[in-house]
Design a protein around this ligand. Structure first.
Ligand code: SAH
Ligand code: SF4
Length: 414
């Protein structure tokens, strides 16, 4: 047998072993019994894995050496092969680029917020739910990459364990998880729900469900499925425009589920769960920051249990756009607030969720040819100018089954 063949077989064996993050207590208890381990060992595995974030056999103490080795041979303790960390914002933000077993790259961002008057210190990790994204929002670095694949439940959970481990080194603890990294979580909803269940479970990771936020670009059947399930976490909706012609360009999924349908689903969710909906609105200079847009937003959300976050656009290569100037954002905020809607301007751009995700992976993916970039910019300028005139795009909605799956899988759509 050639050495490459042996390496390939080893890689396959590595990925076919179940990941410990996905193994239920009953299965693990059964495995331990078969390995002649005493029942109390289960609590020790849970403690080492979920509370001390073990990723190697050696870290599974106080289990006996032989049992540690057997566990590590039978289950994958970590699905992140390696991680490169880049600090930003004077250490207030740590961007992590994780390599997965198949070589795919995903990002997470760990954000540190010091204690402020009346608020305790917070450490939030922004995690990915997919490799790339099929939605293709033109101001987003992940959208630029296109869709790779869904992340497994363990790949989602292991990003959070990575952040918790990093914080533990300096005696700190993770306080919040936001799904605002790469990918559209509601298009990988089964795995996202399983990951959230493990993270919120007091017997496993043990983070309160209220400290978990999932952001969606508006997958209406996914929102409706969440409403039927009852409160699981805080829901954030990436709005970015209140008018269809403009939202068709900024969030191409709008061509499939128009903005009024998205807001109607979010409103029903807020009513059913009693939880306020967060709307994310990235401020793009001269594109979605006019008085007309502010008034359309105020009209759309008037009377709702809603909170709007205005986020200055983070610069992204290959787009013709930049952030709106702060006075424009303040004027926009004032008009929306005047309609009785709560608004927050997120000033610390580098630290802000989402803004950072996808950029390192896009950088790694390399520069597309200059001609492609030029054409893309030209198309976006024309499309946004047409949208400002109120003309709707005739482009089709993004094909969501980028890997050959049927479009919009397992959303429970009637
Ligand atoms: N796909 C989901 C979650 C990941 S994106 C969604 O779109 O909601 C997380 C957030 O980051 C979204 O609100 C997204 O619109 C925002 N975002 C993406 N690129 C950005 C940029 N260049 N500047 C500011 N916010 C950005
Ligand atoms: Fe996908 Fe969200 Fe980026 Fe849009 S903003 S391309 S939905 S990750």
């Amino acid at each position: 047998m050639t050495s490459t063949k042996i390496e390939t077989m080893a890689a396959v064996a590595a990925t076919t072993r179940p990941a410990l993050a996905e193994v239920g207590s009953d299965v693990l208890a059964g495995w331990l019994a078969k390995a002649d381990a005493a029942p109390f060992r289960l609590a020790q595995v849970d403690d080492a894995f979920w509370r001390r974030h073990a990723r190697t056999a050696a870290e599974l103490h106080p289990l006996p050496g032989a049992l540690r080795e057997r566990l590590a041979a039978e289950f994958r303790l970590d699905t992140l092969v390696d991680t490169e960390v880049r600090p930003a914002d004077d250490g207030a933000t740590e961007k992590a680029l994780h390599r997965l077993e198949d070589g795919s790259l995903i990002e997470s961002v760990l954000m540190h917020y010091p204690r402020r008057a009346g608020r305790r210190e917070r450490h939030t990790v922004c995690i990915s739910s997919q490799v790339g994204c099929a939605v293709g929002c033109p101001f987003c670095a992940t959208g630029e990459l296109g869709f790779g694949r869904d992340l497994s439940t363990a790949e989602i959970v292991d990003q959070v364990r990575w952040a918790a481990r990093r914080l533990a080194v300096s005696g700190r603890s993770l306080t919040n998880v936001v799904f605002m990294g790469m990918g559209e979580p509601l298009l990988n909803l089964d795995h996202v729900l399983e990951a959230v269940a493990a993270l919120a479970d007091a017997a496993r990771f043990g983070l309160g469900a209220r400290h978990i936020t999932v952001s969606t670009s508006g997958v209406v059947p996914g929102i409706r499925r969440l409403t039927a399930l009852g409160p699981r976490f805080t829901l954030a909706i990436s709005l970015h425009a209140a008018r269809d012609p403009l939202r068709d360009v900024l969030v191409p999924l709008n061509r499939r589920w128009p903005v009024v349908e998205v807001v109607a689903a979010a409103r029903d969710h807020a009513r059913a769960t009693g939880r306020r909906i967060s709307y994310e609105y990235t401020m793009i200079g001269g594109v979605n920051d006019t008085d007309l847009d502010a008034d359309a937003l105020a009209m759309l959300l008037r009377g709702d249990l809603a909170h709007v976050n205005l986020i200055p656009m983070n610069p992204v290569a290959h787009t013709p756009w930049i952030a709106s100037p702060m006075p424009v954002i303040e004027r926009f905020a004032g008009r929306v607030e005047a309609a009785g809607i709560a608004v927050t301007i997120r000033r610390n751009r580098g630290q802000e969720i989402g803004a950072a995700c996808g950029q390192l992976a896009a950088e790694r993916a390399g520069e597309p040819p200059a001609l492609t970039v030029g054409r893309r910019r030209e198309r976006l300028i024309l499309a946004s100018a047409a949208a400002l005139r109120g003309e709707r795009s005739h482009d089709p909605a993004p094909a969501l089954g980028g890997d050959g799956r049927p479009a919009a899988p397992s959303l429970g759509e009637a």
